[in-house]
Design a protein around this ligand. Structure first.
Ligand SMILES: Cc1cc2nc3c(=O)[nH]c(=O)nc-3n(C[C@H](O)[C@H](O)[C@H](O)COP(=O)(O)OP(=O)(O)OC[C@H]3O[C@@H](n4cnc5c(N)ncnc54)[C@H](O)[C@@H]3O)c2cc1C
Length: 318
């Protein structure tokens, strides 16, 4: 084993869950490396303002990310971002991660925090106008659309519940759904149907987004006739599902049917010495605060696990 490349803990992903784990582990003097395929901060850097992180007002996602990164580094955590993980060996006493450039790291324990992504519509203009009028998070961005007209896309519980919650801000909410019925529970459908600010465009889909610096309008296609109409709109919220970044873990540990990592209350996965935290785990609410809480729990549990590991090894060697 190359001792320079051996860490007590390796954290996969540098979003709020991974960075928090890095802060707690390093502060507990656990030699820790964070490896992240994306930029440090994860999904936080996609949002221009995080208004609901307790204790911090008027902060951009980028600024909050940099504070968390600096905090982790200050305690001695190594962070390598924009890398590509090639292979991962999670079973057995020594875990191993090999990068695309051939560098191999080993660890006594691993925290998986690869986060996730909202399912996209995949239509023209969506990528360019993401965060500029197109949102995937009502809790995060609803306030920016106070007294404005918005569209909500989707027909499940999230879409209908979030559409009603967005009426706190928006002057009008139009739900665009591809079928003539909803997949949501009846109570959610009833609540949306009876709300005076909510209206519906059924059996239709957004086929394009328009706008340069910010969203100006959408093209909506009637799925029965194929006719397309353009609408001016201030905001569009898309709730058509969520995809955890766990493709690389399939077959390696227990995932649920939505490919989310199954963890216990200590954030331990089905494998010994492997913990998980944040949006990639099986849970209902996905926010910076919940990711940070998960990262804390995983780090504390892993610190204890590593302590026990060292104790057992020294007993064996005695
Ligand atoms: C547009 C937008 C706005 C939001 N606004 C808010 C808000 O205002 N308030 C709020 O509380 N929440 C907000 N959220 C939600 C919040 O950002 C997430 O809940 C949170 O970032 C999840 O943290 P995480 O650490 O679990 O994962 P992520 O933030 O997704 O970070 C995961 C990291 O892991 C990396 N990674 C992925 N796969 C691999 C791999 N195989 N190997 C190595 N690294 C990998 C990724 O590149 C990424 O850097 C918003 C989300 C979005 C998309």
């Amino acid at each position: 084993m190359d001792t320079n490349n051996h860490y007590e803990a390796i954290v996969i992903g540098a979003g709020p869950a991974g960075l928090t784990a890095g802060i707690y582990l390093s502060r507990a003097r656990v030699r820790t490396l964070i490896l992240s395929e994306g930029t440090v901060g994860g999904q936080m850097i996609l949002t221009h303002e995080i208004a609901n992180y307790p204790g911090v007002e008027n902060i951009s996602g980028y600024q909050l990310s940099m504070i968390m990164r600096n905090q982790a580094k200050k305690f001695g955590c190594d962070i390598k971002s924009n890398i590509q993980v090639e292979t991962m060996m999670l079973e057995g006493e020594v875990k191993a991660v090999t990068l695309a450039d051939g560098t191999k790291y080993t660890a006594d324990a691993v925290i998986l925090s690869p986060g996730g992504r909202s399912r996209k519509l995949g239509v023209p203009g969506e990528e360019a106008l993401k965060g500029k009028g197109i949102s995937y998070c009502a809790t995060c961005d609803g306030d920016f659309f106070t007294d404005k007209e918005i569209i909500v896309v989707g027909g499940g519980n999230s879409a209908l519940e979030e559409a009603v919650s967005l009426t706190k801000y928006a002057s009008k909410v139009t739900i665009v759904h591809q079928f003539d019925h909803f997949q949501a529970f009846e109570y959610a459908v009833e609540e949306a149907r009876s709300h005076p600010k909510v209206s519906f465009i059924m059996e239709s889909a957004i086929s394009a987004f328009h706008g340069n610096e910010k969203l100006a309008g959408v093209e909506i296609m009637d799925l029965k006739t194929g006719n397309k109409l353009n609408y001016a709109i201030d905001g569009v919220f898309i709730f058509i599902g969520y995809v955890p970044n766990t493709e690389f873990l399939e077959g390696k540990l227990e995932l649920n049917k939505w490919k989310e990592i199954i963890v216990n209350t200590d954030m331990q996965t089905s494998l010994e010495g492997v913990y998980a935290a944040g949006d990639s785990t099986a849970k209902r609410y996905r926010q910076v605060t919940t990711a940070v809480a998960d990262g804390t729990i995983a780090a504390l549990a892993i610190s204890k696990y590593i302590h026990e590991l060292h104790k057992n090894k020294s007993l064996q060697n005695a």
